[in-house]
Design a protein around this ligand. Structure first.
Ligand code: ZN
Length: 174
């Protein structure tokens, strides 16, 4: 950052001068021609405030956009994972064994064998005895919970971006 200095004019204005202007002559708005001091003498002048030298950065605007973009990405990821998990939803034996098919098999078998098939079918119908299915469902619900949390995070980020935008607007209005 190049240092800038304030060169006072007899009219009361203060002109901003840079070291590269040393030795030159500049014109004030009042028409007065002012000799810019040498580099050494310039340092004795009042330094110009940096804020007036450079325009204010727009980084906060970009931050708001990034918040919203990140929120959308997180939300989309949650939706994608949700679809994946739901497609891989655990299936109980009740869902995999077709009772009609079992009955048809049972009819073709001798009575002693059909009793076994009937027992198997009853177990399949009773989800309480299917511990594997219950464990898988627990995992399934844990995953769904985590994905719901992720989705909430995404919504929160989008909301945070919106809140930041609103506070910036009110700051500009003040
Ligand atoms: Zn002047």
């Amino acid at each position: 950052v190049t240092a800038k200095y304030l060169l006072p004019c007899p009219c009361g204005r203060q002109l901003v001068v840079e070291p590269r202007q040393a030795g030159q002559t500049i014109a004030c708005a009042c028409g007065q021609l002012l000799p810019v001091p040498t580099l050494l003498d310039m340092t004795a002048l009042e330094p110009a405030p940096l804020a007036s030298a450079s325009p204010p950065p727009r980084s906060t605007w970009g931050l708001k956009q990034r918040f919203r973009l990140l929120g959308i990405v997180v939300l989309l990821a949650a939706v994608f994972l949700g679809v994946l998990v739901c497609l891989g939803r655990p299936v109980s034996r009740f869902d995999t064994i077709d009772p009609d098919q079992l009955l048809r098999i049972a009819k073709t078998l001798p009575p002693s064998r059909s009793w076994d098939v009937w027992e198997t079918m009853k177990q399949g119908l009773d989800r309480r005895v299917d511990q594997n299915y219950l464990d898988a469902m627990d995992q399934f619900h844990l995953k769904l919970g985590a994905i719901a949390g992720l989705a909430l995070l995404g919504v929160g980020l989008i909301a945070a971006g919106a809140v930041r935008a609103r506070s910036e607007r009110s700051r500009i209005g003040n």
